[in-house]
Design a protein around this ligand. Structure first.
Ligand code: PEP
Ligand code: MG
Length: 837
C-alpha cells in the first residue's frame, strides 16, 4: 500500500505533516504537540493511503504493529478531513482490546471498568464493522461482556478478532469506505466540499479515562458559543470513555456551580492547567478552540482540539477579540466573517434553540424576525399600530398605497412576488422582516382568513415571520436580540480602513437617512422620491395634479406639493451633513397613485368634486397594458415636464436652505429609465433653467450634478452618447435585469424556484447580479461612458448593491460606489473590504 514514507507517519513537532495530505486534525495535533502539550502518541494516515485502503489494498501488518507499541496499547481512530466542517465517520475508541489485554487491564484499573471498555468495543465493532443487528448487542450489567462475545461468535462463526492489527485494519477499512458512502458525500458537499474531497485518519494511543483516582473525559472551551463572551464552559464525565461507563461515573461542571460539584473545586490544579493550555492554544492556533481532554488519575492528556462552534454574533466578537489581543491582524478578522451573517445581527432573530411551529415557507426577502397579529390591509395595520399592537401585514402583493401599512407593521408576508418586488424592496429599506412569494398561502380578505398548510388563521391571530429563513411560524417564537455591539462597530471600522469600493445607501425618508448614517454609509446613492407622495397629506394633492385638465391647473397642484418636497430634501441634506445625496426624479407610472377599487374611486370622486364616471374614465385612460414598460421615468418627465420642474425647484431651494443652515451640499439629480441621449438633453435644459431661476430669486449660488440612471439595455449600449451630458451614471440593476431577461421583477418569484432548482439560472438574477449577461452590459456601459467622459462617476444602485458577489464585481470593474438598502450597508462595507484585502 505504502507509496510514500509519509503515508503513515508519527505526529511529532518536526514531522512533515500537511493539512492537504493528512487532514486538519493531524495538523492541529501537530501544533498542539509543538506547544509541548501532553498529546498522546499519534499517527497520521494520509488521504492517499486511506483511498488505497478503501479500494481494497491491505494495510501492511508491520506498519499497524508500529502503531500499537507494546501489547497493552489501545488506540482510537478519528477522521481527519481537509476541513473540519466536512465531518467524517465517527471516532472508534479502544481498538486493540482482546481477551489478554482485557485481563491485564482488569488488574490495572479493576474488573468492572475493564469489562465496560471491552464491552463497548465489542458492541461498536459488531454493529459498525461486522454490521450485525444492533438489537442483539444491547447488553448491560453483569455477564454482558461474555454474552456479547458469545453472540458475536455465533453470528460470525468465528471468535471475536483477537489480533489488534487485524482489528485496526478492519476499523480503518470501514472508516475509509464510510467516507465514500452516498449520504456522507452529500452531507459534505452541502458544506462546500468538492466531490472528490479526500479523508485522512488519525490513530492515537488511548489515554484511559477509567480507573483509580480522578479519571474521566471532557471538553473545555473559553468562550460562550452563543454570545462570544469569555466564559469557561464544557463538561467533565468521570469514569467514562465514549460509550463505556464505569462504576463511580459522575458528571461534573467545569467551573464552580451551585447546581453541583465542579472540576474546578475537585481538582483545582488540573483545572488551572487546562485553562493555561487553553490560553496557549488560542494564541498558537490563532483561534478559539474547544479542547478535548482525558484525566487518568489526575494526569491530563489533550486528545483533540476543534474550532469552537459559534453563532454569527459570537463569530464577530471572537474575531475582533483575537485581533485586539494581537493574535491575528485586523485584516484577518475581516476575512473571517461571512458578510451575509452580519445582516442577521442587525435584527431580532428566532432563537435557533427554540421550537418552531412551521406553517409555510416563502422567499426570505428581508432578514430578521418579528411576531405580530395578522392584518390584511394597510388600514388595519395602521389601526393596530394606533392600539400599540404589533401586526404582520399579510397581502397577496403590496402596492405603493400599502406603504403606510408597511410602516405600521412589524413584518410583511405576501403570497406573490420575488426578491425585487415592491414588498421586498420597501421592507428591506425599512428593515422589516419580510417573506414574499409564499405561494403555499391563500388569503380570503372578505372572511379575513389566511389559509396555509391545511390550517386557517383569522385576522388578529399571532404569527411570526422569520425573514432570514423564509419561514412563517404559528404563534410567538422565542427571539434573540440584535447584536449591534461595540465589536460589530470595530469590525466595520477596520473594514472601512481597508479601502474597498465606497458604499452609499438607498434612503427615501429621514428615518432611512438616519439609519444610513448610523451604519456609516458614505452618502445617499438613491432617494426614490415617489415614496414621498404616499403620505396622507400629499396623496390628495398628487391625485389633483394627475387629474388636472390644463398645465395651469397642474402647476397649481404642484405648487401645493413643492413646499413639502422642499422640506423633505432640506431634512435629508441636513441629516446627511454634507455627504453626497442622489435624488432620483419621479419614476413610476402615474396610475400607481390612483385607487384600484370602487370604494376608493368613489372617495376620490368626492374629494375632487367630480362625477364617479369621470374619475373612472380618467383612471382607465391612465391604465396601461404593460406599465413597467410604459409612461414612467423620464418618459413622464418629458410628457408632463412640470413634475420634474417642481422637483428640481424643491431640490435647489432645499440646497440653498441647507447651506444657509450650515450644511452645504452639491445635490445630485438622477434621471430614471433613460434610453436615449435626447431625453437627457431635454430634461437637462429644463433643469438648468430652473437652477438659473432659483439662483436668481434666492440670490444664491450653488452647484449641482446631473446624472442618468442606466436601467434599459439601450442606455447601457449608448452610454458613451449619454455620458456627454452626465456627471454620473448609476446602474439600476433591478430594471436592467428585468429588461435584459425580459422577466417581470414582480412576477418572477412564481417560477424562480423551479428555474434555479433545474439550474436554468444558477441564482435568482434579481438577487445576485447576472455577471455574464447583465454584467456585460455594465462593463460595456462603463467602458463606453469613460471613453467619452473619463471623469464620470460610475455606480450601481439596484438591490444587487447589497450583495457581496455583486459588490466584488463592481469593485473589479472599477466602479466608484454601490448603493443599497440602509440595513445592508454593514454587509456591503464588509464585503467591499474583503475584496480589497
Ligand atoms: C433599479 O431599477 O435598479 C432601481 C434601483 O430602481 P427601482 O428599484 O426603483 O426601479
Ligand atoms: Mg428602476
Amino acid at each position: 500500500m505504502t507509496r510514500d514514507s509519509t503515508d503513515v507517519i508519527e505526529i511529532t513537532p518536526s514531522a512533515p505533516i500537511e493539512a492537504a495530505r493528512h487532514g486538519w486534525r493531524a495538523k492541529c495535533l501537530q501544533r498542539l504537540a509543538r506547544m509541548a502539550l501532553p498529546v498522546p502518541r499519534s499517527f497520521a494516515i494520509s488521504s492517499q493511503a486511506v483511498q488505497a485502503i478503501a479500494g481494497g489494498h491491505p494495510v501492511p501488518k508491520e506498519q499497524l504493529r508500529s502503531l500499537f507499541g507494546n501489547g497493552e496499547t489501545l488506540v482510537s481512530v478519528r477522521p481527519s478531513a481537509m476541513r473540519p466542517e466536512w465531518g467524517g465517520p465517527g471516532t472508534v475508541l479502544t481498538v486493540g482490546i482482546n481477551d489478554e489485554s482485557h485481563a491485564r487491564l482488569a488488574e490495572r484499573i479493576g474488573r468492572a471498568h475493564a469489562d465496560a471498555i471491552y464491552l463497548s468495543f465489542v458492541q461498536s465493532y459488531a454493529i459498525n464493522i461486522a454490521r450485525l443487528d444492533p438489537d442483539m448487542f444491547a447488553q448491560e450489567g453483569d455477564g454482558a461482556l461474555a454474552e456479547a462475545l458469545r453472540i458475536y461468535r455465533d453470528e460470525m462463526d468465528e471468535p471475536f478478532p483477537q489480533d489488534p492489527s487485524a482489528q485496526l485494519a478492519e476499523v480503518l477499512r470501514s472508516m475509509a469506505r464510510a467516507w465514500d458512502g452516498p449520504t456522507a458525500r452529500l452531507l459534505r458537499q452541502a458544506k462546500g466540499a468538492p466531490a472528490d474531497a479526500p479523508l485522512g485518519l488519525v490513530v492515537q494511543e488511548m489515554a484511559l479515562a477509567m480507573g483509580p483516582g480522578l479519571c474521566g473525559s471532557g471538553t473545555i472551551q473559553f468562550i460562550d458559543s452563543a454570545t462570544g463572551m469569555p466564559r469557561v464552559t464544557g463538561r467533565f464525565r468521570g469514569q467514562r470513555q465514549g460509550s463505556a461507563v464505569g462504576p463511580g461515573a459522575e458528571t461534573l461542571y467545569l467551573t464552580r456551580d451551585e447546581r453541583g460539584p465542579s472540576l474546578e473545586e475537585a481538582a483545582p490544579e488540573v483545572f488551572a492547567d487546562l485553562v493555561r493550555f487553553g490560553i496557549a492554544a488560542r494564541e498558537r492556533l490563532r483561534e478559539e478552540m474547544q479542547i478535548e481532554f482525558v484525566l487518568s488519575d489526575s494526569r491530563i492528556s489533550i486528545i483533540d482540539a476543534t474550532r469552537v462552534q459559534r453563532s454569527a454574533r459570537a463569530s464577530v466578537r471572537i474575531a475582533v477579540a483575537l485581533a485586539r489581543d494581537g493574535v491575528i491582524p485586523p485584516e484577518e478578522a475581516i476575512m473571517r466573517i461571512e458578510p451575509r451573517a452580519l445582516a442577521d445581527l442587525l435584527h431580532h432573530q428566532v432563537d435557533p434553540r427554540a421550537p418552531r411551529d412551521l406553517i409555510t415557507r416563502g422567499i426570505n426577502a428581508s432578514p430578521g424576525a418579528a411576531t405580530g397579529k395578522i392584518v390584511f390591509s394597510a388600514a388595519a395595520a395602521q389601526a393596530s399600530a394606533a392600539r400599540d399592537e404589533p401586526c404582520v401585514l399579510v397581502r397577496r402583493e403590496t402596492v405603493p398605497e400599502d406603504i403606510r401599512g408597511m410602516h405600521a407593521s412589524v413584518a410583511v408576508l405576501t403570497e406573490r412576488g420575488g426578491t425585487t418586488s415592491h414588498a421586498a424592496v420597501i421592507a428591506r429599506g425599512l428593515g422589516l422582516p419580510c417573506i414574499v412569494g409564499a405561494s403555499g398561502i391563500s388569503i380570503d380578505s372578505r372572511a379575513r382568513l389566511l389559509r396555509a398548510g391545511g390550517r386557517s388563521f383569522r385576522e388578529g391571530e399571532v404569527i411570526t415571520i422569520d425573514g432570514s429563513s423564509g419561514e412563517v411560524l404559528a404563534g410567538a417564537a422565542a427571539m434573540l436580540e440584535p447584536a449591534l455591539d461595540e465589536s460589530f462597530e470595530q469590525l466595520l471600522d477596520w473594514a472601512d480602513a481597508a479601502g474597498g469600493i465606497r458604499v452609499r445607501a438607498n434612503a427615501d425618508t429621514p428615518e432611512d437617512a438616519r439609519t444610513a448614517l448610523r451604519f456609516k454609509a458614505q452618502g445617499v446613492g438613491l432617494c426614490r422620491t415617489e415614496h414621498m407622495f404616499f403620505d396622507d397629506k400629499r396623496l390628495p394633492a398628487m391625485r389633483e395634479m394627475i387629474f388636472a385638465d390644463t398645465p395651469e391647473d397642474r402647476r397649481l397642484s404642484l405648487e401645493r406639493l413643492l413646499p413639502m418636497q422642499r422640506q423633505d430634501f432640506t431634512e435629508l441634506f441636513e441629516i446627511m451633513g454634507g455627504l453626497p445625496v442622489t435624488i432620483r426624479l419621479f419614476d413610476p407610472p402615474l396610475h400607481e397613485f390612483l385607487p384600484h377599487d370602487r370604494e376608493g374611486l368613489r372617495e376620490l370622486a368626492e374629494s375632487l368634486d367630480l362625477p364617479l364616471s369621470d374619475v373612472t374614465r380618467r383612471v382607465e385612460a391612465l391604465s396601461e397594458f404593460n406599465p413597467m414598460l410604459g409612461m414612467r421615468g423620464v418618459r413622464l418627465g418629458i410628457t408632463v415636464p412640470e413634475i420634474y420642474d417642481m422637483q428640481a425647484r424643491a431640490i435647489f431651494e432645499a440646497t440653498v436652505e441647507a447651506s444657509r443652515r450650515g450644511h452645504p451640499v452639491v445635490p445630485e439629480i438622477m434621471v430614471p429609465l433613460v434610453s436615449a441621449r435626447r431625453e437627457v438633453e431635454l430634461v437637462k435644459t429644463r433643469i438648468d433653467a430652473v437652477a438659473a431661476a432659483v439662483r436668481n430669486e434666492k440670490r444664491a449660488d450653488f452647484a449641482y450634478r446631473l446624472g442618468v440612471m442606466v436601467e434599459t439595455p439601450r442606455a447601457a449600449l449608448r452610454a458613451g452618447d449619454i455620458a456627454a451630458h452626465s456627471a454620473f451614471l448609476s446602474f439600476g440593476t433591478n430594471d436592467l435585469t428585468q429588461m435584459t431577461y425580459g422577466l417581470s421583477r414582480d412576477d418572477a418569484g412564481r417560477f424562480m424556484g423551479t428555474y434555479v432548482g433545474q439550474r436554468v439560472y444558477d441564482e435568482d438574477p434579481f438577487h445576485i447580479l447576472d455577471q455574464d449577461g447583465v454584467g456585460e452590459l455594465l462593463l460595456t456601459g462603463a467602458e463606453r461612458a469613460r471613453a467619452q467622459h473619463p471623469e464620470i462617476t460610475i455606480a450601481l444602485c439596484g438591490e444587487h448593491g447589497g450583495n457581496p458577489e455583486s459588490i466584488a464585481f463592481c469593485q473589479r470593474a472599477g466602479f466608484d460606489y454601490v448603493s443599497c438598502s440602509p440595513f445592508r450597508v454593514p454587509v456591503a462595507r464588509l464585503a467591499a473590504a474583503q475584496c480589497a484585502i
